[in-house]
Structures are given as structure tokens and as C-alpha cells.
Design a protein around this ligand. Structure first.
Ligand code: I24
Ligand code: DGL
Length: 283
């Protein structure tokens, strides 16, 4: 039972930043990941649409007998975490609460910034999570959709990128923060440019990394950590192109091969919206 995999979902390949951390922190756990590349990006889409997609993917992952679900995408978490937590009987963790908790803990003056996609910023999900934990915190949210474009155009190492990042983050010169949450799966790849733009006194928080610590703690408390057998090879599904997914996955995870299967969006649609208190499809 504890050998069942943990499910991870994302709008594409960005969630692999979370998977990489999971492979590090949870080497005994089996992982199944679905990236919805055919419908990416989620950032600019209406909340209801993203919530609908995420429920379809959760239905698919439940069919793979997962014991817990990680929303490894900020936009998906902002749109659908409460719905999934209400409807599923297995633990569901998102990236927003985890990142917020760490930010509140490490922030010296409770001046906290969040950079993310438009969908995440407009949802105010981080702002709400931080206010609940630290009612007096001042919170500055800034949408940085160009950062996603820069990473996906493979320009995150380029010299001009430092300038673009500095230009976007100039907002914080007039709205200073002591801690900045990277509220998008892609932003850890720009961490060096972001740190350079913000200066050495600002602490960056990677929501994905914090999420893996939270799921580890939660599985431990619920006696769900795998003690039955060795972890299986991670299994990846994509609604998009297998070769594109495999190339980025191998490069990012530094592995010689990846087990990637294509799932047509049409197949996901059969899952529709989840019923209330869906079982974990246990045999
Ligand atoms: N990074 C991301 N998405 C992409 C990309 C990228 N292309 C280059 N790099 N494309 O997300 C999205 C659409 N693609 C997906 C693959 O199939 C075709 C369509 C961030 C990923 C973070 C793990 C840059 C890049 C890379 C290798 C490793 C990491 C990375 F080429 F960011
Ligand atoms: N994975 C998304 C997030 O973390 C970024 C990419 C997208 O907009 O789909 O918000």
C-alpha cells in the first residue's frame, strides 16, 4: 500500500523542477507525473478552465493508483487546490501554501514579494495564504509572464536576460521586500538573474522545493512513506510531444533515459470534473 506512487501534475515540463527535488528528498518513492503540454500555458487561462483541466488530470492520476497528489504548478494550485482537497480522499498538496509558510518563517520584516504568472497573481492565492499566516505582512505581487517565455525560448542563460529580469523587477525598488517567492515552476531557472536584480539582502523562496518538504512531512505523519519495496522508475505522461518532453526531462533531471507515454487530451476529457470524495481507486 505505501509502495503506491505519488502523483504530480503540471501544465507542461516546468513541474519537473518539483520532481527533481522529489527525487532528491524522497528517493524511495515512486513518482508518476502528467504534464499537460497540449494545453500549456495555464498562466493566461481563466481560473474555471484551469480548474476543469486539473480535475481531469487528477482523475487520470487516481487511475494510476496514486497515494497522494502534488499540484506541481502554481497556476493549477491557485485555481484548483481547495476543490481537489474537498473532493479527494487522498492527501493533496499545492505549491502555494508551502512557499507561503517558508516565506513567513524566513522573512525578517514581513515584507514579502511574489512573482508568478498572471493567473496566479490575479487569483490572490499567495496574498491570502500569507495574510492568514501573518496578518500584518505586507505583500507585493507582480506578474512576470515574460519570464516563462524567456525560459521556454531557452534564453535563460543569455546575457540580455539579466537586463530583462532587472527591468521587470524594478517594481520592487519602489515597493521593497525582504523575501521574494518564486511562484512559478520556471522561475528557479532564473534564480541567479533574479537574485542579482534584487540584491544580496533579499531571500528567495523556491515554492517547489518547499512543497517537497511538506509532502515528505505529511506522508511521514500519515505513515504513508514507502517502506514496502524499492522505488520504481519514475513514469511520465504528456498530452504533448514525447520527444520534446524527453529531451528537456533528460537534460534537466540528468538521467540517460526517461519513461514517457503520450496521453491524448481526448482521453483526459473522459474524466470530467471529479465527483465529491472520490476514492483513491484502490483495488
Ligand atoms: N523549458 C520549459 N519549457 C520549454 C524549456 C522549454 N524549451 C526549452 N527549455 N518548452 O520549461 C515548453 C514547450 N515544449 C515542451 C517540450 O516539448 C515541446 C514543447 C521549464 C522547464 C524546467 C525544468 C529550456 C530548458 C531545457 C532543458 C532543461 C531545462 C530548461 F531546454 F529550462
Ligand atoms: N507551471 C506554471 C506555473 O507554475 C507556469 C507555466 C504555465 O503558465 O503553464 O504557474
Amino acid at each position: 500500500m505505501t509502495s503506491q506512487p505519488i502523483g504530480f501534475l503540471d501544465s507542461g515540463v516546468g513541474g519537473l523542477t518539483v520532481v527533481k527535488e522529489a527525487l532528491k528528498q524522497l528517493p524511495n518513492e515512486s513518482i508518476v507525473f502528467l504534464g499537460d503540454q497540449a494545453r500549456l500555458p495555464y498562466g493566461p487561462r481563466p481560473t474555471e478552465e484551469v480548474a476543469h483541466f486539473v480535475q481531469q488530470i487528477a482523475g487520470f492520476l487516481l487511475d494510476q493508483h496514486i497515494k497522494a497528489l502534488v499540484l506541481a504548478c502554481n497556476t493549477a494550485t491557485a485555481a484548483a487546490l481547495p476543490i481537489l482537497q474537498a473532493k479527494l480522499s487522498i492527501p493533496v498538496v499545492g505549491v502555494i501554501d508551502s512557499g507561503s509558510q517558508t516565506a513567513v518563517r524566513v522573512s525578517t520584516g514581513q515584507h514579502i514579494g511574489v512573482i508568478a504568472t498572471e493567473g496566479t497573481i490575479k487569483s490572490h492565492a499567495y496574498q491570502r495564504a500569507i495574510s492568514n499566516l501573518s496578518p500584518n505582512a505586507s505583500i507585493e505581487g507582480l506578474a512576470c509572464p515574460e519570464f516563462v517565455t524567456v525560459v521556454e525560448a531557452d534564453k535563460y542563460h543569455d546575457e540580455q536576460t539579466n537586463q530583462l529580469v532587472a527591468d521587470q523587477l524594478r517594481y520592487f525598488k519602489t515597493h521593497p521586500v525582504d523575501t521574494l517567492i518564486l511562484g512559478c515552476t520556471h522561475f528557479p531557472l532564473l534564480a541567479d538573474s533574479i537574485q542579482a536584480a534584487m540584491g544580496p539582502d533579499v531571500t528567495l523562496v523556491d515554492s517547489g522545493v518547499e512543497t517537497v518538504s511538506v509532502i515528505k512531512q505529511l506522508l511521514s505523519e500519515q505513515h504513508l512513506l514507502n517502506t514496502d519495496s524499492e522505488a520504481e522508475q519514475p513514469k511520465f505522461y504528456t498530452t504533448g510531444d514525447i520527444d520534446g518532453f524527453t529531451a528537456i526531462g533528460k537534460d534537466w533531471l540528468q538521467v540517460p533515459d526517461l519513461d514517457v507515454t503520450h496521453v491524448p487530451v481526448e482521453h483526459l476529457k473522459q474524466y470530467g470534473d471529479l465527483a465529491s470524495k472520490e476514492t483513491s481507486y484502490e483495488a
